[in-house]
Ligand binder design. Structure first.
Ligand SMILES: Cc1cc2nc3c(=O)[nH]c(=O)nc-3n(C[C@H](O)[C@H](O)[C@H](O)COP(=O)(O)OP(=O)(O)OC[C@H]3O[C@@H](n4cnc5c(N)ncnc54)[C@H](O)[C@@H]3O)c2cc1C
Length: 309
């Protein structure tokens, strides 16, 4: 199954309801997702923090066109932040937000609604002593998301941005966002984008990632290098040395369940390592994007569905 077919599957409502009914997906889900409940997220965060990691927690869900659902996602984040605070974890654990889950795509006033909800979450994060990062979704939302980021940063300058190296525009966005205090996560990008806006050759994406990492690491902001790619992790280390970055003035980020040994190795080497921990019922789109990144996982999945259905 090709990557682009899988990524289309991530948005298919029919396939989603079929897959969600198959119990054998659970094992694969457990590899990448902390669990369905808030306490699963706090438990897994606690385990990672005790191993010297920092964490960003994502309450799974995206693309809502339901106002109440958008409001309830914001409430879930507020409750999560309170729980993290009460467990004494919030100095090491922040949250990642998808604006589409907060109503960004609602007709007419979606952006205003998403901004209002995001403010509420940022406010709760500040009370808990931590931060929020705005995940980046497909390219049709980039301008809107960066616009909302700008608005949020007026009151919450600590809000993190995400830029995707596969988008042709991203070097310019890196230059715009490489300023003092600006937290920017750089990832390759996880959506199925057309060649007009994105590099589609993986080698071109890697080269773009390095160009963007150079801009961020050379600047005065706080770069968050999100990749599992061994070559890019190594290049990031060399660039950090070249630009005389001290450990802790930038960080590595990886997904929960992906290359956990490498995550521990970086911690042992004195690096700041943040693990992205998703939780919640709505794991379908997230799981399919992870499968698209690793054909071997897809085979595992198909085999388990075929044998235990
Ligand atoms: C912390 C974090 C936050 C992210 N936030 C966003 C976001 O907001 N928006 C967005 O579009 N994308 C986001 N991504 C996803 C990102 O864009 C990539 O799709 C994903 O990280 C895979 O790219 P890679 O850099 O790891 O390189 P790849 O070339 O995909 O992978 C390199 C190597 O890593 C290992 N690997 C990668 N993925 C897997 C996997 N699923 N299972 C097992 N091994 C794997 C394999 O060994 C692989 O050879 C995020 C990624 C991370 C780590």
């Amino acid at each position: 199954m090709s990557r682009s077919l899988l990524l289309r599957a991530a948005r298919s409502v029919r396939l989603r309801s079929t897959v969600e009914r198959v119990p054998v997906t659970r094992k694969l889900v457990a590899r990448y997702v902390a669990g369905t409940e808030e306490q699963d997220a706090t438990r897994v965060s606690g385990e990672l923090v005790s191993e010297g990691m920092t964490v960003t927690v994502d309450f799974l869900g995206e693309d809502t066109l339901d106002r109440q659902q958008a409001a309830s996602v914001a409430d879930s984040y507020v409750s999560l932040l309170d729980a993290l605070h009460q467990s004494g974890l919030s100095s090491a654990v922040e949250v990642s937000l998808k604006l589409s889950a907060l109503g960004q795509a609602l007709p007419a006033d979606g952006e205003a609604i998403a901004l209002e909800h995001a403010r509420k979450v940022c406010d709760a994060a500040r009370r808990a002593g931590t931060t929020v990062t705005l995940d980046m979704e497909d390219h049709t939302t980039t301008d809107s998301t960066l616009g909302i980021l700008q608005q949020l940063r007026l009151d919450f300058p600590e809000t993190g941005a995400v830029l995707q190296a596969y988008l042709r525009r991203t070097e310019a966005d890196c230059r715009d966002l490489a300023y003092e205090g600006s937290r920017v996560r750089l990832c390759k990008g996880a959506y199925n984008e057309p060649p007009g806006v994105a590099y589609t050759d993986p080698r071109e994406v890697d080269r773009a990632y390095v160009r963007c990492a150079k801009i961020l690491l050379a600047g005065p902001g706080y770069p968050m290098l999100a990749t599992h790619d061994p070559r890019l992790v190594e290049i990031t280390g060399s660039l950090a040395a070249k630009y005389r970055r001290e450990q802790g003035s930038y960080e590595y980020q990886m997904l929960y369940g992906v290359r956990p040994e490498e995550q521990r190795r970086l911690v042992r080497a004195g690096e700041r390592m943040r693990v992205y921990v998703p939780y919640g019922e709505d794991w379908y789109g997230y799981l399919v994007r992870r499968l698209a990144e690793r054909p071997a996982n897809m085979l595992l999945f198909v085999r388990s569905v075929a044998s235990k259905r």
